[in-house]
Design a binder for this molecule. Structure first.
Ligand SMILES: [Zn+2]
Length: 388
């Protein structure tokens, strides 16, 4: 919602009028250099939308219990002659529905919608997929340390994108409404850490799973890579048949030598070399530039998580893992016989905590009937990763 700064007003005053944490108003308006000098400035107020009514101010106050000044502020620059009053409406429900087949376009449209109402988060393109789709990072929060989350490294695990997008919506909803969330104060978390979320690392692969062979635009023989099958529900790789979570230089050679496909395939092929794929390169670069304190990679399935890599994980990882297990009910597993994944490389390179979380249980792709439980279970982990 947009208003214009009046002479003598401050952002602090608007935080009282709209009952919002002032930090969220400041972060929504990075163009404002001095929060006490805002006359004539366009100011975005997060967590509100506007509705128009044919009525007078007095009736509206009785109806919505808003300070009169909140209504005056949004009507400042409109034609009063229209006999209509614009009323700020606090958003108190989720804006996006993630409980559906979740593809790249839906994610982009949902991000645009959320960002319109919650302009205090930023989105950035951190690289492009093989087919030129933007790999999007969402960032917000005020702390020094950056906690990173990612989903859909594997194409048919796109439900992890939906989980992260709902989590984002719930974070924005609870922080603007000052709600306690799972026993935690969202605003405290917002001030404590910065969040980096890449909800869909492998957009081309996700599109292939949802839309079939046409998604390859005739450029890659995806049916051959898929053992001649025209349904792509088993597909994990990127569009040219490289498994992105087998692409990182952390014992990559061991993965290469294993009994893995020796050519591009719907799953497990680690590539000719490590880091040949643009999606994997973008994720490596991001870790270097953002200097993550911790990495949480969402995958499906198994209701368990992995947190070790060759003894290089820091001591803190075991402590965090036990909190994750308590909060989610998932099984904590230190080592698995697998290498060259993003969390492996992150632990190996930075000696900081990295986790692969296998949400849900069943056969991939998990059915949407699992979404609610998978979200509720993983919520404990996503939140604990901020305060641990
Ligand atoms: Zn996976």
């Amino acid at each position: 919602m947009r208003i214009y700064g009046r002479e003598g007003d401050t952002l602090e005053y608007y935080s009282k009028v709209f009952d919002l944490p002032v930090e969220l108003i400041i972060d929504s308006n990075p163009h404002i250099e001095n929060p006490c000098m805002i006359y004539g400035e366009k100011i975005l107020i997060p967590g509100y939308t506007i509705e128009e009514f044919k009525s007078d101010y007095k009736n509206l106050y009785d109806r919505f219990r808003l300070p009169l000044d909140a209504i005056i502020l949004v009507n400042n620059h409109t034609a009063a002659a229209r006999n209509e009053v614009m009323v700020p409406r606090r958003v108190t429900e989720r804006l996006i529905n993630t409980e559906k087949p979740y593809d790249y376009e839906k994610m982009k449209a949902d991000l645009t919608l959320l960002n319109t109402v919650y302009p205090f988060f930023n989105t950035a393109c951190i690289g492009e997929s093989v087919q030129g789709r933007e790999i999007v990072e969402i960032a917000f929060g005020r702390g020094q340390k950056v906690i990173h989350y990612n989903g859909a490294f594997h194409a048919n695990e796109w439900i992890t994108t939906a989980v992260l997008m709902r989590w984002l919506n719930d974070f924005l909803l609870t922080v603007t409404n000052k709600w306690i969330w799972n026993g935690l104060d969202s605003m405290e978390l917002y001030k404590l850490k910065q969040l980096s979320i890449v909800p869909m690392v492998n957009p081309d692969g996700v599109e292939l799973v949802h839309k079939g062979e046409q998604a390859a635009e005739g450029k890659w023989d995806v049916v051959a890579m898929n053992e001649g099958i025209c349904e792509f529900y088993r597909w994990k790789a990127n569009i040219r048949g490289v498994d992105l979570n087998n692409q990182f230089p952390a014992n990559w050679e061991i993965e290469k030598e294993r009994n893995k496909p020796k050519a591009p395939s719907f799953r497990d092929y680690p590539g000719e070399k490590f880091l040949t794929e643009p999606e994997a390169i973008a994720m490596q670069q991001l870790a270097y530039t953002r200097d993550f304190e911790k990495v949480i990679a969402l995958h499906t399935q198994g209701e368990e998580f992995y947190w070790g890599y060759n003894g290089k994980e820091p001591e803190a990882s075991s402590f965090i893992a036990s909190e994750f297990a308590k909060r989610s009910g998932y099984k904590s597993v230190r080592y698995i016989d697998s290498y060259a994944g993003y969390k492996d490389w992150f632990i190996d390179t930075f000696r900081r905590p990295g986790f692969t979380i296998e949400i849900g249980k069943g056969i991939n792709p998990l059915p949407l009937s699992q979404f609610e439980k998978a979200y509720n279970d993983s919520l404990g982990i996503l939140l604990a990763s901020l305060y641990m």
